[in-house]
Write a protein that binds this ligand. Structure first.
Ligand SMILES: Cc1cc2nc3c(=O)[nH]c(=O)nc-3n(C[C@H](O)[C@H](O)[C@H](O)COP(=O)(O)OP(=O)(O)OC[C@H]3O[C@@H](n4cnc5c(N)ncnc54)[C@H](O)[C@@H]3O)c2cc1C
Length: 433
């Protein structure tokens, strides 16, 4: 009896015929690899599924994700357009979400014993606030289903044998090799994926050059750095003369600028900034209002209400006093000057500083670890329904290795769950054909 796709989804452990001799190799024991292995084994219990992982421990990135709390998905309640959160891959994600989306991920973890909670900012975490709830769930589930995990197995080469339609994988500089019927590559982003990407390029895959995303900016301006620790709740950061712009909290650090607005900007402009060698003019709107006339009206209102008060003593938009005094200095205005004596030129300088304060990004701050990779296997190289290679049938891709990446908020792990699940489901269907 044929099961329809809905029945297959609701009762995944249907029996796969002819899969008992199949060996499926999943390369990379991270979020996508484990999720795919479990989904595959649930659907094809007879198949031999093995995860080959380079490191001594699997799921290392999930463990440190979200500062050790694991922001495992997002409610998407504030996402009107997927492009805003997936600068690369939004169209494919929209399609794949029809098979497995954030609601499915939420339900999956809850039904596998991990209670989740949605924060006010719509980010989803385990109730335990501990990423181990997620990593242990994945490892226990994989073990229960009989997924084999081989640690310290670094895959160095992959070759396809046309005659047998199998893959020869070599590990640890050729010390080990394995024949697999199907292969799923989930090796994550750079730098580890780099060697593999070179091999895939040689196999005629289109590779979007990998560059970092989600980083902060070094800004060599001592008076700004002295404001270290100041948080502006609603700023807009943009790259001058480009369309790249991001709004949200901005944090001033001892090296320059950080916080959600900067991370979002670095994500949307990841390739542009890489091409500019991370040196670019940055504009900051400290009040989060793009309409300069509206800001001008607020300044006029303050000047009208408090004409004799010193500039430093009346702060627009509740700006912190350290920041406000700095912005007055940037506008060449004495903090003691009364509002009534601002003058036209002073007024315009202040308006410009508040809405379009110019800095130069000196470099990408190198010491922040929460990078994801922009680039990887081009989406044109994979079937958009199955994530199977268009070059080598039987080879699949999932996770950050694909040219899909997101801003912060649980969207990157959601991409790993979704692509892992879709690839596994497609593989299971192909095995039963
Ligand atoms: C510090 C940090 C915090 C993060 N926090 C969050 C968060 O809270 N929420 C969120 O959504 N995203 C977060 N991310 C991003 C998220 O962790 C990744 O997007 C996600 O883990 C990608 O999953 P993946 O399975 O594709 O890759 P990975 O999780 O990186 O797994 C790939 C695995 O493949 C292995 N591997 C690599 N090469 C080989 C090889 N040749 N042979 C065998 N194995 C190999 C690696 O060792 C690794 O275990 C964070 C990232 C970082 C760095």
């Amino acid at each position: 009896m044929e099961l329809n796709s809905k029945q297959k989804r609701s009762s995944p452990a249907f029996f796969c015929l002819n899969t008992n001799l199949m060996h499926i190799a999943i390369i990379g024991g991270g979020a996508a690899g484990f999720f795919a292995a479990i989904a595959l084994k649930e659907r094809c219990p007879e198949a031999s599924v093995c995860i080959y992982e380079r490191a001594k421990r699997p799921l290392a990135k999930v463990e440190v994700s979200g500062g050790g709390r694991c922001n495992c998905t997002n409610s998407f309640a504030q996402v009107a357009d997927l492009k805003a959160v997936y600068p690369r891959g939004h169209k494919l994600m929209k399609r794949l979400f029809k098979t497995f989306d954030h609601n499915d991920a939420y339900e999956w973890f809850e039904s596998h014993g991990v209670r989740l909670t949605t924060q006010e900012d719509e980010c989803v975490f385990p109730v335990s606030q501990d990423s181990h709830s997620i990593t242990l769930c994945l490892q226990n589930e994989a073990r229960r289903l009989g997924v084999v995990v081989k640690l310290q197995h670094t895959m160095h080469a992959i070759a396809y044998d046309e005659a047998t339609k199998t893959f020869r994988l070599s590990f640890n500089d050729g010390a080990d090799s394995v024949i697999a019927d199907r292969v799923l590559l989930t090796v994550g982003g750079q730098p580890r994926a780099e060697g593999l990407l070179t091999q895939l390029a040689a196999l005629r895959y289109t590779i979007e050059p990998p560059v970092p995303s989600l980083f902060t900016f070094t800004i060599d301006h001592a008076p700004l750095r002295e404001l270290m620790g100041v948080v502006v709740e609603n700023a807009i950061a943009s790259l001058a003369a480009t369309k790249f712009k991001a709004q949200g909290p901005l944090l001033i650090t001892h090296w320059g600028m950080s916080g959600p607005a900067i991370l979002k900007l670095s994500s949307h402009a990841a390739r542009h900034l890489a091409e500019a060698s991370y040196s670019a003019p940055l504009l900051v709107n400290w009040v989060g209002i793009t309409n300069a006339e509206e800001v001008a009206a607020e300044l006029h209102a303050l000047a009208g209400t408090y004409p004799q008060r010193q500039l430093s003593s009346v702060r627009p938009y509740g700006l912190q006093s350290r920041l406000w005094n700095y912005l007055l200095q940037r506008s060449e205005l004495s903090p003691e000057k009364p509002w009534a004596e601002l003058g036209k030129k002073g007024f315009n300088r202040l308006l410009n500083t508040l809405t379009s304060d110019a800095y130069q990004i000196a470099e990408r701050y190198p010491h922040r670890e929460e990078f994801v990779t922009c680039g990887g296997v081009a989406l044109s190289s994979v079937d958009s329904n199955t994530l199977e290679s268009r070059v080598l049938p039987g080879l699949y891709f999932a996770g950050e290795l694909l040219d899909i990446d997101a801003v912060t908020g649980g969207f990157n792990l959601q991409a790993a769950w979704t692509t892992g699940f879709v690839a596994a489901e497609a593989m299971s269907k192909a095995l039963t054909r």
